[in-house]
Write a protein that binds this ligand. Structure first.
Ligand SMILES: Nc1ncnc2c1ncn2[C@@H]1O[C@H](COP(=O)(O)OP(=O)(O)OP(=O)(O)O)[C@@H](O)[C@H]1O
Ligand SMILES: [Mg+2]
Length: 261
């Protein structure tokens, strides 16, 4: 089932995760991955998740995206239960997984094509490419792109659906550090212009703090909320701001790293 297309400006999703616990069946028995987790994302808010490897971050994103049901607890999007994936909640993964034989334009068009909307909504593909600055590469093939450009195509492919929630699972993880810094700024800029809500998972403490308004620090598996760090610095932010250094110190010690760093 597909949702109606939203053509009006998007206010951003309200997401409510209430008392969610999740288990996976493994050969050795059930493995608890998420424990009693409560998390709310306000419309238009940018929230980042930080936590040790394997603690359950990607699993939580999959539950929020509706890719699988939580074992217990409830997840809601604008007061509606999340029961299946929906084009209004798009996940962008670390690996852009573009179709190599399709042009950039045709890769971005996929979502609309799958929903039978491409004929009437072709302009949305051009708009999404413009949003990520790739208009002039519309006819390029994926192998002709750099890693950063390919990740921008993946973003455009998400944005073409005009999502009210962008779910990002380490989307910049494979990029070199300079491209990564540039893309952080671009993503924040996009978010500010479009007004969708964002749930970002990253391993990079600075990235989380630079981009998000709230950084949720999770425990080891099963993931529980250890602490929520609020970053109320206005945008655009300055990477050298002393408040960021202070928050970084807090985040690192919450993650069990030497506080003298
Ligand atoms: N489909 C699955 N079936 C069984 N176990 C799974 C499944 N998906 C994830 N797990 C297990 O759940 C735990 C959490 O995995 P998850 O991918 O959510 O961690 P993560 O926090 O995203 O880790 P990373 O930071 O390394 O990406 C891991 O121990 C993993 O082995
Ligand atoms: Mg993960």
């Amino acid at each position: 089932m597909v949702s109606p297309v939203q053509t009006q400006a998007n206010a951003g999703a309200h997401i409510a995760v209430r008392n969610v616990s999740h288990w996976f069946e493994q050969a050795q028995g059930p493995l608890q991955v998420i424990a009693d987790l409560d998390l709310e994302i306000q419309p238009g808010e940018f929230v980042a998740l930080l936590g040790p490897s394997g603690c359950g971050k990607s699993t939580l994103l999959r539950l929020v995206a509706g890719l699988e049901p939580a074992t217990t607890g409830s997840l809601q999007h604008d007061s509606q239960a999340i029961t299946q994936p929906d084009p209004s909640r798009i996940v962008v993964f670390q690996d852009p997984t573009l179709f190599p034989w399709r042009t950039v334009w045709n890769n971005v068009a996929l979502g609309l094509q799958a929903r039978g909307l491409l004929k009437t909504q072709r302009h949305r593909v051009d708009e999404a490419l413009a949003l990520v600055g790739l208009q002039s590469f519309a006819q390029a093939l994926p192998h002709q792109l750099s890693g950063g450009m390919a990740q921008r195509v993946a973003l455009a492919r998400a944005l073409v659906n005009d999502p009210s929630l962008l779910v990002l699972d380490e989307p910049l993880g494979k990029l070199d550090s300079l491209t990564r810094l540039a893309m952080q700024t671009e993503l924040v800029d996009l978010w500010q212009r479009k007004g969708f809500s964002v749930l970002l998972v990253t391993h990079d403490v600075e990235e989380a703090l630079f981009m998000a308004q709230r950084v949720v620090v999770l425990s080891d598996r099963p993931a529980r909320i250890k602490q929520v760090l609020v970053n109320d610095l206005p945008y655009p932010r300055h990477r050298g701001h002393p408040r960021l250094a202070e928050l970084r110190h807090q985040a690192l010690s919450l993650l069990g790293l030497a506080a003298s760093w």
